[in-house]
Design a protein around this ligand. Structure first.
Ligand SMILES: Cc1ncc(COP(=O)(O)O)c(C=O)c1O
Length: 358
């Protein structure tokens, strides 16, 4: 797919852009253009284009509005101090997008076409990519949904692919520690379900727990496995990491019910560079609470594209409160800085993760 451009006749002015860049928030302002393409059963991908950003015309019977057949991705473009623009491991997003799509009976998009879509949008809207100060970036949201109109339950035969983008500041400003609510009342995913897919329904299902967490002053929720109520899994929108006093970096193993986070994967690799021993294991709630209480787990953090690495100051649950000895731990900050420095081109990219766009 080549995504030919129809330019926006009324792009944001330089003054608008500089006001947005001064205070972008997260996901509030969308760029001037978007990528669209349509998939039709028997025809494949057609009508690929970059067009002015704007609303979809949607039939009220579109299947996504009824059965939530939808998947998405989240990635970022970073402006380096020399003005060039880069993305981080885009092939991983492409791969995961197709894996999510397969689970939701949506069509595959060739990885190269996925990456070209992202590249085209960032090229066209390059002026929207903020300067690196304050760890600002352009958040990119590729998504795909069942746009066919019908009210029967089956896989859609017309599907829309779209990529939109929004300049953002980090989801949680600076390495500010967050409190985590550990819920065992609500589950996010179960074996054989869609926990491993990045589909909208998982997030809709997590909202009630998130709001329960807010009542206890927590900004994120840690989910426990649905059946045994024993194993800790992940947060509503991030993976979990624990650092022990003897230099181990623990994270829940991939179980099929949690997202295979690209930040998670990268942190595990960067940890080895910083002489931490990465351990992917079955971690129980008792392990978590006991080791935090005993001080063996000294630091904890959540990680994901939006927030990068957010230190955790305490875990709260109906069993009590478990504060970390080091709410903003030295090694958490070192991992965060290492990752961010790679993303902004401030340290050599020894893993070959960065892909230049402009
Ligand atoms: C449920 C969930 N887990 C983990 C992550 C972290 O994944 P990544 O590091 O690829 O952004 C995300 C964010 O996308 C998420 O939504």
């Amino acid at each position: 797919m080549e995504y030919p451009l129809t330019p926006n006749p009324r792009p944001a002015s330089a003054a608008d852009l500089s006001a947005i860049h001064a205070n972008p928030g997260f996901g509030e302002y969308l760029t001037d253009h978007m990528v669209v393409a349509t998939w039709k059963k028997g025809e494949g991908w057609v009508d690929d284009a970059v067009v002015p950003y704007g609303p979809f015309q949607m039939n009220p019977a579109a299947a996504v509005l009824h059965y939530a057949q939808e998947v998405f991705e989240g990635m970022k473009a970073y402006r380096w101090s020399d003005g060039s623009i880069w993305t981080f491991r885009p092939e991983e997003n492409a791969r995961r997008f197709n894996k999510s799509a397969a689970r939701m009976m949506l069509p595959q998009i060739p990885e190269a076409d996925f990456i070209t879509a992202v590249r085209r949008l960032v090229e066209v809207d390059a002026a929207w990519v903020p300067e690196p100060e304050g760890e600002k970036s352009l958040y990119i949201r590729p998504f795909m949904f069942a746009s066919e109109s019908f009210l029967g339950v089956r896989a859609a035969e017309t599907v829309t692919f779209c990529v939109i983008a929004s300049p953002v500041a980090p989801y949680f400003a600076g390495p500010k520690p967050v409190d985590i609510w550990v819920t065992d009342k609500y589950s996010r995913a179960g074996e054989g379900g869609t926990g491993e897919a990045k589909c909208g329904g998982n997030y809709a299902a997590s909202l009630i727990a998130q709001y329960e967490g807010y009542e206890y002053g927590c900004s994120q929720v840690l989910f426990i496995e649905a059946v045994g109520k024993d194993r800790v899994e992940e947060l509503g929108g991030m993976n979990l990491m624990l650092i022990t006093s003897d230099g181990k970096l623990y994270t829940p193993q991939l179980s099929g019910t949690i997202l295979d986070g690209i930040t998670r994967k990268s942190v595990l690799q960067v940890a080895a560079d910083l002489l931490l021993e990465p351990v992917e294991a079955r971690l129980t709630k008792d392990f978590l609470f006991d080791k935090v209480l005993s001080g063996e787990v000294v630091e904890a953090f959540s990680c994901g594209t939006a927030a990068v690495i957010a230190p955790i100051s305490s875990f709260k649950s109906v069993d009590g409160e478990f504060p970390l000895r080091e709410p903003v731990g030295e090694r958490t900050v070192a991992l965060r800085n290492r990752l961010i420095d790679i993303q902004y081109g401030r340290t050599p990219d020894t893993h070959d993760w960065m892909v230049k766009i402009v």
